[in-house]
Write a protein that binds this ligand. Structure first.
Ligand code: KG4
Ligand code: ZN
Length: 348
């Protein structure tokens, strides 16, 4: 009988200090997240220096807690996986160094993981992947359509040319005077408003799967500014609903077009904005008559966590990816470069 395999993962790329353990690639047995949102709220966004300091304070506690939750010791772990990028450099470094120390002290293999590969693989903790697979990645730093033909292969077929969807949510929310992070706040507000303002939709040139949200963000900011100057009444609920309808329409329409063109078997949604209720229902409606299946992760797996890093790390480990002891944080790591890295010459 095959022995059980355990991957312990660490994620510290932004404002969550997280560790998780996954058994046999898809079974999540322990998941610990120490969120720093409260510390960043009063600044209206993540302060990198504060994030790094919190990670240092939390990382050991989080690691002890995850092993306790799983009822395992470090000796039982097969490999240590860690987010190597992209993200905030100082924040990433805390996780990378913790993972290196842990792996080195027990002579365990070390596996570097791309944060977005993690967001995609969060879905595999829910359901097995079917290829070709299309992933809509929508987070605070990313808006991408990624095509996968097999495990560990990633082809970016569309990406944002300026702001990420989550970033646009956070900036519009701030202008409306809503607390950080703004995405969930706008989502809630939009549910009580009506789409009364026709903000321009950025379809870009025909056939392109790229996105652009900075024009929409400026249009919303201008509208609010002009209304204030003219002392016009503008309901925040309606602004939120109109903004959200715009973002959701562009994201879901482009995802459907790409899924059809590439004849995919499965469409998955990943990243913090996947928690958006408008996006979830629009995608469900659009894909209800399609031959491919649609997989939307539970809310707990949408925002940053280490379970997703363990899920992606387990596959990378099986495929032979190994990081050296000089593994460094890589704040601008690309998905394609990551997919080709860490393999020995014979494996490539
Ligand atoms: O994936 P994530 O936790 O961190 C990054 O890797 O960026 O995503 C965070 C982003 C933030 O911009 C937040 O406002 C957005 O996800 N977000 C939402 C919702 N929940 C979180 N955006 C829209 N609607 C939501 N319900
Ligand atoms: Zn993320």
């Amino acid at each position: 009988m095959k022995r059980d395999e355990y991957i312990l993962a660490i994620e510290t790329s932004c404002d969550e200090t997280a560790a998780a353990i996954v058994k046999n690639e898809t079974e999540l047995i322990a998941n610990v997240i120490a969120s720093q949102i409260e510390s960043h709220k009063r600044f209206g966004g993540v302060v990198p220096e504060i994030a790094s300091r919190h990670h240092i304070e939390q990382i050991t506690v989080v690691l002890e807690e995850v092993l306790q939750e799983a009822q395992l010791s470090v000796e039982d772990i097969d490999a240590v996986a860690v987010t190597e990028g992209p993200g905030l450099v100082g924040a990433l470094l805390v996780g990378v160094n913790a993972a290196k120390s842990l792996a080195f002290s027990k002579q365990k293999p070390l596996v570097g993981v791309h944060h977005i590969a993690g967001h995609i693989y969060a879905n595999r903790l829910e359901q097995e992947f079917e290829f070709p697979l299309l992933s809509l990645v929508v987070s605070g730093g990313h808006t991408e359509l990624i095509l996968m033909h097999e495990h560990g292969s990633f082809e970016t077929i569309g990406e944002t040319r300026d702001d990420a969807a989550g970033e646009a949510y956070d900036k519009v929310a701030r202008t409306l005077g809503l607390p950080y992070p703004g995405g969930p706040e706008i989502d809630k507000l939009a549910a009580t408003g009506a789409e009364t303002i026709d903000f321009p939709r950025a379809w870009l040139e025909a056939g392109s799967y790229d996105f652009s949200f900075s024009g929409l963000k400026s249009a919303v900011l201008n509208k609010l500014h002009n209304a204030k100057q003219k002392q016009e009444e503008l309901r925040a609920e309606d602004v939120a609903a109109s903004f959200q309808a715009n973002v959701v329409d562009v994201l879901s329409t482009k995802t459907l077009e790409a899924a059809r063109e590439h004849n995919v078997k499965q469409v998955i949604v990943a990243g913090g904005v996947a928690a958006n209720s408008g996006l979830r229902s629009a995608l469900e409606a659009k894909f209800s008559d399609e031959a491919c299946s649609l997989l939307i992760p539970p809310l707990s797996l949408c925002t940053d966590n280490a379970a997703m890093i363990a899920a992606a790390g387990a596959v990378a480990y099986r495929q032979g990816h190994r990081a050296e002891w000089d593994l460094n944080a890589n704040p601008a790591l690309s998905l394609e470069r990551y997919a080709a890295s860490g393999l020995t010459k014979e494996q490539e």
